[in-house]
Design a protein around this ligand. Sequence first.
Ligand SMILES: [Fe+2]
Length: 457
Amino acid sequence: MTDRNAALADPDRILKGFSALVTLTGIYPSGHPLVREKLREVHDGLQHHLKSQPSVELDVIRGVVHLNGIASDTRTDGYGLSIDSLHVHAGVRAEEIGTVADFLSRAKIDPQGEPVRAQLARRGVEHVSVGRLVPLDTRWRSRQWPDRPEQILDPDYEESLALAQHAFDQLSSDRVLDIRAVGDLVRLLMFRVVASHAALAQILTVKQYENLTYVHSVNVAVLSLLIGRQIGLDEETLPVLVEAAVLHDVGKTRIPLDLVKKPGALDKRERKMMEAHPVLGAELLMQVDGLRPATALVALEHHRTVLGGGYPDIGDGVIPHVLSQIVSVADIYEAVTGARSYQVPTPPERACLLLARLAGTKLNASLVKAFVSAISFFPIGSLVRTSREELGVVIRTNPHDPLHPVLQLVDEQVRCALGQVDTAIRSEDGAYDRHVVETVASAVSAPDIARFVSSAA
Ligand SMILES: [Fe+2]
C-alpha cells in the first residue's frame, strides 16, 4: 500500500471524511465538486478494506474508533456525527454512500418511527447500515420485565431489588448514581436480606425468570457477603465488599441492551464490546464521589482470573484484589443459576461442580471452598415444594447432601403436619424419590413454621 492509500484506509480518516461528507452534503447542492471529491475519498478508503474482507465495520465506542471490532489508537468526540456505527459491505456503490450522507444531513431520525434500515432501503441503499449505540439501558423497570418472578418474594429481598432498580434506573436516565440508595441497599442486604432464610433460598436456587443486571447485582452482593463472612472478613471490610459487588456490572448499562441479552454466541466484535463492560464500569464509578476506592477496582477486575489472565488486559500476571476474587466466584454461580433468554438455568449442585472445576485456574480455590461451605440451599425453616407437588418445612439438612433436606410435609394452609420425608432417599435405581423444586414464600409467620421445626426436633 502506498502512503497515500494507507492514509486513505485509516479508519479514523474514513469516519472524519464521512462526517465532512455529511456536512458538505447539507450545505452544497448535489453534484457540487466539493461533495463529489469528498465522496470519492471516503469511497476509496472503504474500498481498500473491502478488497480483502467482506465488510468494513467502523464503530465509535466510548470515544474510541474501532475497525471490525478492533480498537484503534484514535479517540474522537464522534466528529459531530449523529451515529456511532457505519457498516459497509462489499459491492457498495459510491452513490449509496452519498445517499446515506444525504439522509443523515437532512432526516430527523425518529427512534420510534420506521427503522432506519428500512428508510435507507427505500432509497436504494443495500450495502450500508448505520447505527447508534443505545447509550444506556432503559429497560430496568419490572413492569416491562416479561419474565418477572411470579412467586412471592421475601419482602426484604423484594425491597432490595426495588432499591437496586431505582439506583440503576436513575443511572440510566440521569447518568447519576444515587449514592444514598446504594448505601441503603448495602445496609438492607447486610442486616436483613442475608439473615432471611427465604431470601437466601430464593437467591441460591435456580431463577426461572430473565436475570436482568440489577437482579444479578443484588444476588451477587448477597453471595459475596456469604463468602466474606465465611472467610472472616471484619465488619469494616464487609460493607466495602457489598458495595463493590452491587456495582460490579454497572458497565453493562453502557452497552446496548440487545447485545447484553443477545441469545447464543457472540461474534468477535460483539464479544469485544461486551468485554468492555469492566473498564466502562470502573470509569463510571471512579467519577462518583462517595464510593469506596475498592468499588471501581472490583468492577475493573471481576473478569480477571486468579492466575492473572482474563479481561480486561491490565498486564499479564496481575492478580486481582481478594474482593474482586470473591465477587468472581459469586458472579459465576449467580450467572449460571439464572435463566437467560437462550439458556436454561443450571441447578445449584451442577453450578457448584462448575465452580470446583474452575478453582485454581480461574477462581481462587479457597474462596470456592468457602462459598460451598457457606451456603445452605434450604435452610431449616424454609417452606418448599417438592417434585411430587408436596409442601414441606425443612426440619433438618443432610450434611452430605445439602440439596436434599428432611421435610415435615404440611397441608396447603401450613396448619397440619402430614408426616416426615427424607428427600435424600433414593430408590433402587439410584434416582431420588423426590427433589425440592422451589422455595415458597408464604403468609404464614415464622413462629408458626418454627412450631413444625421444634415439634419435629
Ligand atoms: Fe461482569
